[in-house]
Write a protein that binds this ligand. Structure first.
Ligand code: CO
Length: 208
């Protein structure tokens, strides 16, 4: 791709926005008030705003390899803290996707250098659910199921944070687990039962 084209595209985009609303950028500059925190994969095919059909200002977005929420990752933990406590979002979404390269890499036995500690988090999800996963003979089905289980575990990681537990109690904030199917474009709701998970893990993970 010619990088110069990006700036041409940007000029076109500005003109289109201003044609619809001459105060568009003035209003955008006033501040943000998103209702959703979206945690998704960095994969170039999974464009957060596009697939949800939302506009700038509507969703606070964090993306990393395989939509992970590691407890020791200051980046994602800061994003959750800011979104929940300052932006006061009412929904936290973890969105995975089928055919995720990060999940695929974690399924291969290979030394991937600096990626090892990151992928270890996905391998841990495999270990927790190995009985179910080992029963699936079809490799593609197993891969897809691990994507779903990884979303579920990352939702649990979100629920383990003190900020989210407090926001749930105080304003009924909720957590959602979704999977984007690249082959069809469909967004699938895994119907994560926030209340049930919280109840289940509270004896160990209650922080707030
Ligand atoms: Co991915």
């Amino acid at each position: 791709m010619d990088i110069k084209q990006i700036f041409i595209n940007n000029e076109t985009w500005i003109k289109e926005k201003l044609k619809l609303d001459e105060h568009y950028f003035e209003n955008l500059a006033k501040g943000q008030n998103p209702d959703i925190l979206y945690i998704g994969c960095s994969d170039s095919r999974v464009t957060a705003e596009d697939l949800m059909g939302v506009q700038p200002g509507e969703v606070f977005v964090h993306r990393n390899i395989a939509n992970m929420v590691p407890n020791t990752d200051l980046n994602v933990m800061s994003v959750i803290n800011y979104a929940v406590n300052s932006l006061m979002v009412d929904h936290v979404v973890v969105c995975g996707h089928y055919y995720c390269g990060g999940v695929k890499a974690a399924m291969q036995p290979a030394d991937l250098g600096i990626l090892n500690p990151w992928l270890r988090n996905i391998r841990d999800v495999y270990r927790i659910h190995h009985e179910e996963l080992d029963r699936i003979e079809n490799e593609e089905e197993k891969y897809k199921r691990l994507v779903e289980l990884n979303v579920q575990e990352q939702c649990i990681n979100v629920i383990k944070t003190a900020d989210v537990q407090r926001a749930y109690r105080e304003r009924n904030m909720t957590v959602h687990g979704w999977v984007f199917d690249i082959k069809t474009g469909k967004l699938i709701d895994l119907k994560i039962d926030f209340g049930a998970i919280l109840k289940n893990i509270m004896s160990i993970y209650r922080l707030s």
